[in-house]
Design a protein around this ligand. Structure first.
Ligand code: ADP
Length: 642
């Protein structure tokens, strides 16, 4: 939480700076206008006072009850030092109707001189100086700025469209939220800027972590696996994110994961007959969709959304969030750009933000992690640009952990894409897949987290690295289908050979982003033989990998296979802060009424590093919660019971 607090306090500091330095244009508060003030003789009162230097002439215009204007007519103050005070102090005094406003830091004598001039003018006009000694209430001043910064001053007089719940973004989170809101009685609109729903989710790896499911017992038996538990999934997730994730949000994800997976299965989702233990997980809990891609889930969610009666508008881009005035102001709707021009949409009960992350926005990601420049590819679709997050900030939302950005260690080295073949290296460690560098040597514990694997690849002997496996892993692991293997070989994403020496030759035949590799076949064969020994002895002295008896397999029998791999920018773990009910919070930790968020646009679920296959349950479960809370104000039983 330390980092989270730090980023929050930075924002708070920024907000305060704005509040204090930028509040001059705010209108006088109702309090200042309404309070009882002794009558003054209206007029312009010229007062000569001393600031840093002598002879500052200040003209003060007074009406019967108010300070209308303060103008420094002539002065000999020090240029560069006093300039701000000469402009800001008159503005502050008029805005606050007070002579006890804060002085401008660094030019207090000029400021004090102006305050004295106004006091003298009030006295000269027959007024009571005491009436204008209204101490500025510090938090109030901040809130006043918060209001002026956060709210939309231009709420539409009339809405073009009106729904109970509006969901923005059609990935896993948005599809789940809109289905949930509609099945909890709301009239729901889902808007998506791209020509189709699915977003990044569509092209994700289709791996789903769930400690149990309606298929768990059968798969555990088939693969000789120890049953998993919610407590273990929670513990692994927290540890995998260096304990920077919010335990309440992690619990939501873990408790809700089986509920939503079973819901998908009931609606026709097909998964492979496998239960894997990818990097950072110490329980067998990861399911892979039949085609190894997220679109398998998106297709099912689309069907569910349609059946629930959700109205879907594609090519509809949110450009603004409307929030009513006041610190407790409610989010009431959005503005969108459509082919027919801009439209305003009312969200009577709630707006669910499900706009995903910002991996495809180089400028934004570099703002938080300068090293993630344009030379690094991304696994994300072009729409992962993060503007939804910025719009939420514009209405006061807090963000957290924005610099936690994950690289996917096993993307296609040629283009950075996470295709179905790139999921095999991720699913394979528990079955015995081995990662080797350009010299045919292991460079990391294959069971490690994504951040560790990515860093190890970048620090390895060169570009790229490779996953290696044999016939037994392919046939018995369950996470590679026959069709997929054939398609991978055809697409030249998977290389096949009858011996490990020949496999190295296959690797060396290709160029990777124009670069060639000279792997020694003997070295590769030696690495694999050594690893086979480790699997048999259940001990990995080189990297300390956990080897489970009867689950991890050796690579002894050909044909042998290799898949090239390299890190690519994948998941932005930071985002808007939410409560366990998915309510978006402002920088003071208060809930912004009417605004909910779920999925990659939120921060704080995963901590420093998201464990692979936790993204889908996170997005789906929090989307489901958001939809239900926005529509009905209730919580799903999978968390309400906890
Ligand atoms: P998640 O996994 O959190 O659901 P995805 O990246 O899969 O996230 O989906 C987010 C979706 O939100 C994408 O389809 C993206 O095109 C859409 N989106 C992002 N910004 C906007 C916006 N301003 N207006 C409408 N849709 C948006």
């Amino acid at each position: 939480m330390k980092r989270a607090l730090k980023s929050m306090s930075l924002l708070l500091a920024a907000a305060l700076a704005l509040a204090l330095g930028g509040c001059e244009n705010i209108k006088p508060t109702a309090k200042a206008q309404d309070r009882a003030v002794a009558s003054m003789k209206p007029g312009v009162y010229s007062q000569t006072v001393n600031g840093m230097h002598e002879g500052m002439v200040v003209e003060v215009t007074l009406s019967e009850k108010r300070i209308e204007k303060v103008l420094v007519k002539t002065q000999n103050e020090t240029a560069g030092v006093s300039d701000t005070a000469l402009v800001k102090m008159p503005e502050r005094i008029v805005a606050a109707q007070s002579i006890e406003v804060d002085v401008v830091a660094g030019s207090s004598r000029t400021s004090t001189g102006i305050l004295e001039a106004v006091a003298a003018a009030i006295a000269a006009a027959g007024g009571k100086v005491e009436d204008f000694k209204v101490a500025p209430e510090a938090p109030k001043a901040v809130i006043a700025k918060e209001e002026s910064a956060a709210v939309s001053s231009d709420l539409p007089a009339k809405w073009d469209l009106s729904y109970d719940v509006v969901v923005v973004g059609g990935g896993f989170a948005g599809l789940s939220a809109s289905h949930s809101a509609a099945t909890h009685g709301a009239k729901v609109l889902l808007v998506e800027k791209m020509p189709f729903v699915g977003g990044n989710s569509q092209i994700n790896g289709g791996v789903y972590a769930s400690y149990t499911s309606k298929l768990a017992a059968e798969y555990q038996k088939k693969f000789n696996l120890v049953p998993d538990s919610a407590e273990k999934h929670i513990a692994d997730t927290l540890k995998g994110g260096d304990y920077m994730g919010d335990p309440k949000l992690v619990k939501n994800m873990v408790y809700g994961a089986p509920f939503y997976l079973d819901l998908l299965l009931d609606n026709g989702l097909k998964v492979r007959e496998s239960l894997t233990r990818p990097g950072g997980h110490y329980g067998y809990r990861t399911y892979t969709t039949v085609n190894g891609v997220g679109s398998d889930i998106v297709q099912v969610q689309k069907k569910m959304v349609k059946e629930a009666g959700v109205k879907v508008m594609t090519e509809t881009k949110m450009t603004k969030i409307y929030r009513e005035a006041g610190a407790a102001g409610k989010v009431v709707g959005i503005r969108v750009d459509t082919a027919e021009g801009p439209k305003t949409i009312k969200a009577a009960k709630g707006l669910v933000l499900a706009t995903g992350g910002f991996s495809a926005n180089v400028e934004m990601r570099q703002k938080h992690v300068p090293a993630l420049d344009a030379t690094l590819p991304t696994t994300n679709h072009v729409g992962a640009t993060g503007e939804g997050l910025v719009m939420a900030q514009e209405v006061g939302a807090n963000t957290t952990q924005m610099s936690y950005i994950q690289l996917y260690p096993f993307a296609n080295p040629n283009d950075g894409v996470l295709d179905a073949f790139a999921v095999i290296p991720f699913s394979g460690p528990s079955a015995g897949i081995v990662y080797v560098d350009v010299n045919g040597r292991r460079y990391v514990n294959e069971g490690e987290r994504r951040d560790v694997c990515s860093k190890a690849a970048q620090d390895s002997a060169g570009f790229p690295t490779f996953s290696v496996f044999g016939e037994e892993i392919y046939r018995k692991g369950g996470f590679i289908t026959e069709e997929q293997l054939a398609a991978g070989i055809k697409a030249d994403r998977i290389f096949k050979a009858d011996s490990l020496e020949a496999l190295a030759a296959e690797i060396n035949k290709r160029a990777y982003k124009g670069k060639s590799v000279a792997m020694s076949g003997a070295a590769l064969a030696e690495t694999i033989a050594k690893h086979n020994g480790y699997v048999q002895n259940l001990k990995d002295p080189d990297f300390g990998k956990r080897i489970d008896k009867g689950v991890m397999m050796t690579i002894e029998k050909g044909p042998y296979y290799a898949i090239p791999q390299w890190p690519s920018v994948h998941h932005t773990m930071g985002g808007v802060t939410i409560t366990p009910k998915t309510e978006v919070q402002d920088v003071w930790g208060k809930v912004i009424p009417g605004l909910y968020a779920a999925g990659e646009v939120t921060g704080g679920v995963h901590g420093t590093n998201r464990l692979g296959s936790n993204a889908i349950p996170d997005a789906c479960v929090h989307g489901y919660i958001a939809g239900q809370v926005a529509a009905a104000g209730t919580l799903p039983s999978f968390i309400a019971d906890k």
